[in-house]
Design a protein around this ligand. Structure first.
Ligand code: IMP
Ligand code: MG
Length: 186
């Protein structure tokens, strides 16, 4: 128990480490000699982004965005706006957007459109977790750490009301009932 919440460990620290290494090796071989711009989506991505960048061998440029969404999360008309926009130039460059978790897909499809308007050479998507249950907008994930069906995850950057980002593992926040879901590597 952590305070009033029960967190069930779903992905161990060592499993996270292995998947981050695997994604780094894939990006290394896909972007050899190309220096991609990695754009991390704050705040949830901070640990994943740092570990990924550290694990990469190729040179990269890094930047961050931060977005805020208003209105019900699962309504397509829910507005998304930047509280921090991209600052480096992406024109003509290969871009990789790095996200912690993709849920409805609304944030990411908004981001992809926004980046594409700046005429990059290409845009790929890297997500630590692909959560399937609530997907509304199809997104093509090029690099993915883990796929889960459903559940609310915290830890390794992911929060619930700004809590639990510091946990070194990923767990699900159990609200009263226990649920059996499977997590698998990609
Ligand atoms: P989307 O627009 O619904 O795909 O929203 C993705 C964003 O919602 C993520 O970047 C997270 O900030 C947040 N989010 C979605 N699911 C979870 C979760 O299970 N735990 C923590 N944050 C989540
Ligand atoms: Mg996020």
């Amino acid at each position: 128990m952590l305070g009033e919440y029960h967190i069930r460990e779903r992905i161990r620290q060592e499993e996270i480490r292995q998947q981050v290494q695997k994604i780094a090796r894939d990006i290394d071989s896909d972007y050899r000699d190309r220096e991609p711009v990695l754009i991390g989506v704050l705040n949830g991505v901070f640990l994943f982004f740092a570990d990924l960048v550290e694990a990469l061998v190729i040179p990269v440029i890094i930047d961050f965005v931060r977005v805020a969404s208003y209105g019900p999360r699962n309504v397509s008309s829910g507005k998304i706006s930047f509280t921090k926009d991209v600052e480096v130039s992406v024109k003509g460059k290969p871009v990789i957007i790095v996200e912690d978790i993709i849920d409805t897909g609304l944030t990411l499809s908004f981001l992809v459109d926004h980046i594409k308007a700046r005429e990059p050479e290409s845009v790929k998507i890297c997500a630590l977790i692909n959560k399937l249950e609530r997907r509304e907008k199809e997104v093509d994930i090029d690099y993915c750490g883990f796929t889960i069906e459903k559940g609310f995850l915290v830890g390794y950057g992911l929060d619930y009301n700004e809590q639990f980002r510091y946990l070194p593992y990923i767990g699900s926040l159990e609200m009263g009932h226990q649920s059996e879901e499977s997590v698998h590597d990609n």
